[in-house]
Design a protein around this ligand. Structure first.
Ligand code: GLY
Ligand code: MN
Ligand code: MN
Length: 538
């Protein structure tokens, strides 16, 4: 059963730490609504429902339009055993006719770790009851008026907002984010499962690419003429085809949602970090407005050749509301092998990731991993000749590794953070991972150029139980390169050879353990394996 009770106690304890000392002994009550089912206008059909993350964290309940009322008092028996009340909608005949019924209150009592489950009609009187039983209680709500959270309807806010009773949105979200920053065993299992399913989906795409290279994907009689293509007759020659297979593979394994919309970018489009179109063909660039529909033709049959290029897929599904986040970059065209330039960049990103992972353990500051990646990039670019090197050891300091790192020029090639916290949300618990007042930054940790940290979403020492992504990348984006076109550190003749690579990112999700880390992402990324699979040889 989802460990809601432990999550509730952890959240209240974090909340108590945030309160002024004079308020800590008072009763504290959390009141939050779950998400409601969205409908698309004029369809009378639900859009896909996903529970609000904080509500799920405190309940494990994914029933739409539910409420939680949780009562806690530090130093009393309520600190060990908070009163936890869940309110769910009572099913109407019309609901049964059109859709699938939520559990009854009785059934829900067995499904969720709650003191009591009742129907929504009881919520107002339950709030009043708590106000009477705990007259000095403070009500905690999620940020009122924020589009990010379900809105507490006026009938309930009128009860708990001043002048009737004290209610505040100052503490609950920060407390939830702090509680959610480290994961327990059940949460890690859900993230592991999301990663396993997504890992297989990445491998499916690579294997189908490889089969295409071997000519093993053939259209049977009548395909595309008298009947549509079946899945085993699809070649992947468009971003949309790769996306469709990835999502289908997750869906057939029972995952309901993608944790974020897949990023499927071929060729130089891989330099756009959160590319969102996924609608271009691989080999021959921009297509007309209707070409993104899977056409009735097998491109190989027309004797067309795919240009050598990379395909970057950043995609991960959810399992029980917990996210995965995986990026693989694979070769397309060129017989399923990287070009020498793409291979060199791929191996450098892999090195950035390997060195980062080797350093992971509790106590290591994430800022240090970010700097390590920039150093590794600079060293690698000097090896490749993209960055200039001193002509002889010790000669000239302006182009030494340290000077290039200090200049910040590597940000043009690696503009984002090396990773972030992962959990119920993909960029999980932002207020806790990158606190506004952050005493940990710079404390005993060497800081690099300030541009390295602009998009770093985690700025803390690692702790056991954190789940983080490790996702270095190297990109050749014309927009990012424009401002450094006159950098004295870059050899432009050499750079020109690499620009068509577009971008490479490699992203795995790991859990920080007592003395290191465990990789939850199971799909391999070593160069030989990727090329072996994408060329159909493995
Ligand atoms: N999938 C978005 C990211 O990697 O941060
Ligand atoms: Mn990520
Ligand atoms: Mn990602």
């Amino acid at each position: 059963m989802y460990p809601a009770q432990a999550h509730i106690i952890k959240t209240f304890n974090k909340l108590i730490e945030l309160l002024p000392a004079s308020d800590r002994a008072k009763p504290q009550i959390i009141l939050i609504p779950g998400a409601i089912t969205p409908f698309r206008n004029d369809t009378d059909r639900e859009l896909s429902f996903r529970q609000e993350s904080n509500f799920y964290y405190l309940s494990g309940c994914a029933v739409p339009s539910s409420y939680l009322l949780l009562t806690f008092q530090h130093g009393t028996s309520l600190a060990e055993q908070p009163l936890t009340q869940l309110f769910i909608p009572k099913v109407e005949l019309a609901d049964l006719m059109w859709s699938v019924a939520p559990p009854s209150a009785e059934e829900a009592t067995k499904l969720y770790q709650m003191t009591r489950v009742q129907y929504l009609g009881e919520l107002s009187s339950a709030i009043k009851e708590q106000m009477k039983a705990y007259p000095g209680a403070t009500f905690h709500i999620l940020p009122a008026g924020s589009p990010l959270f379900p809105i507490l309807p006026a009938q309930y806010t009128a009860l708990v907002l001043p002048p009737h009773a004290p209610a505040t949105d100052d503490y609950l979200l920060p407390a939830l984010h702090r509680a959610r920053l480290t994961k327990d065993a059940d949460e890690i299992e859900a993230i592991r499962q999301a990663n396993a399913i997504s890992s297989r989906a990445h491998e499916v795409v690579m294997r189908v690419l490889g089969q295409g290279v071997r000519g093993a994907i053939k259209a049977g009689n009548g395909a595309g003429v008298d009947r549509p293509f079946l899945p085993n007759e699809w070649l992947i020659e468009k971003e949309a085809e790769a996306e469709a297979l990835f999502v289908a593979s997750c869906r057939r394994e029972g995952s309901v949602h993608q944790a974020y919309l897949p990023i499927v970018a071929a060729s130089t489009r891989a330099s756009t970090l959160h590319y969102c179109c996924n609608d271009r063909e691989f080999a021959w660039g921009p297509v007309g407005p209707h070409d993104h529909q899977n056409g009735d033709c097998l491109a190989h049959g027309e004797g067309r050749q795919l240009n050598p290029q990379v395909l970057l897929i950043d995609a991960g599904c959810e399992w029980d509301c917990y996210a995965s986040d995986i990026t693989r970059t694979m070769p397309v065209g060129n017989g399923g092998k990287f070009t020498p330039e793409a291979r060199a960049i791929y191996e450098l990103v892999l090195e950035m990731q390997r060195l980062s992972m080797d350093a992971l353990k509790p106590g290591v500051h994430w800022d240090a991993i970010q700097l390590l990646c920039h150093r590794t990039l600079v060293r690698g670019f000097q090896r490749l000749g993209i960055f200039k090197t001193p002509s002889s050891p010790g000669s000239g300091s302006w182009n030494a590794e340290e000077a290039i790192v200090a200049s910040g020029v590597s940000t043009a090639f690696f503009p984002h953070g090396v990773g972030h916290s992962l959990g119920l949300d993909v960029h999980d618990v932002p207020s806790a991972s990158k606190p506004e007042r952050n005493e940990t930054v710079g404390k005993g940790v060497e800081l690099g150029h300030e541009s390295f940290y602009a998009y770093l979403r985690l700025r803390l020492p690692l702790e056991e139980g954190m789940v983080v992504t490790v996702e270095p990348g190297i990109y050749f984006s014309p927009h990012l390169l424009a401002p450094v076109r006159d950098s004295k550190h870059i050899d432009y003749e050499v750079l020109k050879r690499y620009e068509s690579v577009g971008g490479v990112r490699i992203e795995d999700a790991v859990v920080i353990t007592k003395d290191g880390y465990e990789n939850l992402t199971t799909v391999r990324s070593d160069t030989d394996w990727i090329e072996g699979v994408c060329s159909g040889l493995l």
